[in-house]
Design a protein. Structure first.
Length: 209
């Protein structure tokens, strides 16, 4: 499946700011959509869309901080860059503690914004690549039969075929067949790679359990 191009969402109640930011981003070849409120952004929000969010910290109705909290509750991956006035810096620092990517203090230079957006998009791409990798490894693990999963567990613990055969009550030749199938289904080129894949998936499952 073709990877979707990054998209920058601008959320600001100031029409002038929305227009200038959108034009700047489009001049760089970045797709950008502007929203005049947190509510209008949430109505169109697509969690699968890669990119980043440029978010005014002070807005009527739902504030930028409140929108960040909603996105956190939804498990959003999208890096958020807050746009702040001088008096908003303490709030922006708190927002970063809550997971925001960065903040830009008005007035900021175009290049400062560009650099921050590009870093955020790179961060988003890295996170999504890692998730896709974990999901693919989990899909391969799920394709193993119950016996193959038993062999996998013992193989990654370093048990030789003879010990595996004894523990499972099967012949060494059967262990070799299961082991070969595990390597093929997991698309592992070596035992070290197989161990690495299973350790990463186990660690992720522990974190999310």
């Amino acid at each position: 499946m073709k990877e979707r191009a990054p998209h920058v969402c601008v959320v600001d109640d100031d029409a002038g700011v929305r227009s200038s930011l959108r034009l700047l981003l489009k001049s760089l070849g970045l797709a950008a959509t502007a929203y005049d409120s947190a509510a209008s952004f949430l109505a169109a929000y697509d969690p699968e869309q890669p990119g980043c969010l440029l978010l005014d910290i002070r807005m009527p109705g739902m504030s930028g901080l409140e929108l960040q909290q909603v996105l956190n509750q939804r498990g959003s991956l999208t890096p958020t860059i807050f746009i702040t006035g001088h008096g908003d810096v303490p709030m922006a620092v708190e927002a970063i503690r809550q997971g925001a990517f960065d903040f830009l203090q008005k007035p900021f230079r175009d290049q400062q914004l560009i650099d921050c957006v590009q870093r955020a998009i790179a961060k988003d791409r890295s996170i999504r690549d890692q998730l896709r990798s974990h999901e693919e490894i989990q899909r391969r693990l799920d394709s193993l039969t119950a016996r193959e999963q038993e062999v996998l567990e013992l193989v990654t613990e370093g048990a030789p075929n003879k010990i595996i055969a004894h523990k499972l009550g099967i012949s060494q030749r059967t262990v070799e067949i299961h082991r070969a199938r595990v390597m093929e289904k997991m698309n592992a080129g070596s035992l070290a790679q197989l161990v690495h894949m299973t350790q990463r998936t186990t660690a992720r499952n522990v974190v999310h359990s």
